[in-house]
Design a protein. Structure first.
Length: 155
């Protein structure tokens, strides 16, 4: 990765970038078992981000030479739904297509992990589709393991 890439906290002026890049990368978050029209996906993404903004959260932005290349968003106060153990929940991460495979996603994840540790959280979790193999490989390299599986069946 270029030494000029830096990770910084998001600011209100970054929200349009978060909405835009998120909408452009939604297809990686959709399972082929539950196809949805693009407009419906965009509406659900906007609803999710709208909810996040009402909660204690962290947005980190990766940028190089004033160009925003990616982001990650984490919620601070969403405990594990089974055990109730406090955790950081990583809601969404995306990197511009032309900037992928440069370690930016890795830096975003490790930076958000550092933020969570500083807030006293001992766990981080998130969801990823089975089909997103490249992302799953990165997460495994970062030490993430499958804790549960969500099963789905078309009826």
């Amino acid at each position: 990765m270029s030494p000029q890439v830096r990770i910084r906290h998001g600011e209100p002026g970054d929200l349009s970038f978060v909405f835009d890049l998120g909408r452009r990368t939604l297809e990686s978050s959709v399972s082929p078992l539950r196809p949805a029209p693009p407009a419906q996906l965009a509406a659900m993404y906007e609803r999710t981000i709208g909810y996040v903004l009402t909660q204690p959260h962290t947005i980190l932005i990766a940028e190089e030479n004033a160009e925003r290349l990616g982001f990650i968003i984490g919620l601070d106060e969403i405990p594990d739904e089974v055990s109730g153990v406090p955790q950081a929940f990583f809601v969404y991460a995306a990197v511009e297509k032309h900037a992928q495979r440069r370690g930016i996603g890795r830096r975003l994840f490790t930076s958000l992990e550092d933020e969570a540790r500083a807030r006293g959280l001992s766990y981080a979790s998130f969801m990823v589709t089975e089909e997103n193999i490249e992302a799953r490989e990165l997460y495994a390299q970062l030490g993430y393991v499958t804790e549960r599986r969500q099963l789905c069946k078309r009826l």
